[in-house]
Design a protein around this ligand. Sequence first.
Ligand code: AMP
Length: 394
Amino acid sequence: MNKMTVKDVDLKGKKVIVRVDFNVPQDDNLNITDDNRIRAALPTIQYILKQQPKKLILMSHLGRPEGQVVESMRLTPIATRLEKLLGQKVLMLDDCVGDKVKNAIEKSSETVVMLENLRFYKEETKNNPDFCKKLADLAEIYVNDAFGTAHRAHASTEGIAKCIKAVAGFLLEKEITYLSKATGNPQKPYVVILGGAKVSDKIMLVENLMNKADTLLIGGGMAYTFLKALGQNIGNSILEKDKLDVAKNIIEKAKQKNVKLLFPVDHLVVKAIDQPETKKVVKDIEDGWLALDVGPETVKQFKDVLAGAKTIVWNGPVGMFEKEEYASGTKAIAECLASLKGATTIIGGGDSAAAVAEFKLEDKMSHISTGGGASLEYLEGKELPGITALADKK
Ligand code: AMP
């Protein structure tokens, strides 16, 4: 990675401000129901603490308070959980900028300080220069460890990086290291599995990954617009009529670039989503039926390709996996990736990450991205403002 990280700067005696992603799910009583995002930031936090900084100031957003104070979106429960995980006191402040905050940080005997929800200020998402300066005023070094918001040019993810020395934390570094394998010089054969509901969400992704990949395996709802474009009957399966030309164009481009495209050759079809009892596997979809998962022959063909791959990127489930009845294709793909030895397996955030978690195969993948939108944009070849803004390695 060509960006500086926490390891490239001297943190001893410095005030260090770290953007983390503590946007964790909570129940109605504000109990944290999944603290993975807090745990994921611990390596960076613990490393910084070992360097004996003067202060370690943490900042995050939580939910969408839209520029005003929302009591239920305070970060207090998160600071409490962090205290437990760190085994160290965390000073929780009730604001994130201003003299009161500055003084409280200076006067506190605690090293670790948690600022209040950044999005209580509309200036945060607007990347307001004054607000950026106020955040930067709190510290001497800025660390970004929040990949999930790196595609947004917000004050705490981009603007602040222009005011003080800005480096990456370990989580961000890992994301870039793996995702850049997919867009840079991937070890070949390089296979991309694409699924999900719509072609329209994945056009730029397909176009960009086609420049590097040897084979694209296309499943899920998006496959049916392609199959329709190829002249097949798709019954009532999900179709984006206005994307038929785009699909044809992608098929044509793949031919020119010598990229193999594989589509489902059999399908799990039902009469209606809420009639799983009607499900059957077919090669040709008849009128009145809709496909909600790939069939076993497709799984076999996909697995044969995956078995020889050295780099694999997976973005989007190959069926409606949220319903158990339509999950077997997605489960088989996840299990196949988990079983591969010697291949780098990169799971894009969002639904494919959710699928891998559901099947409890998380520790069997090389990398599962923590950012749905951010990993999609990275793999589309876009620059992420939160990464661009960090200092380059010398
Ligand atoms: P995306 O957010 O674009 O990755 O889409 C994920 C969604 O696609 C999931 O909610 C799946 O249920 C849905 N999906 C996958 N396969 C199909 C299918 N054959 N028909 C309809 N929806 C599907």
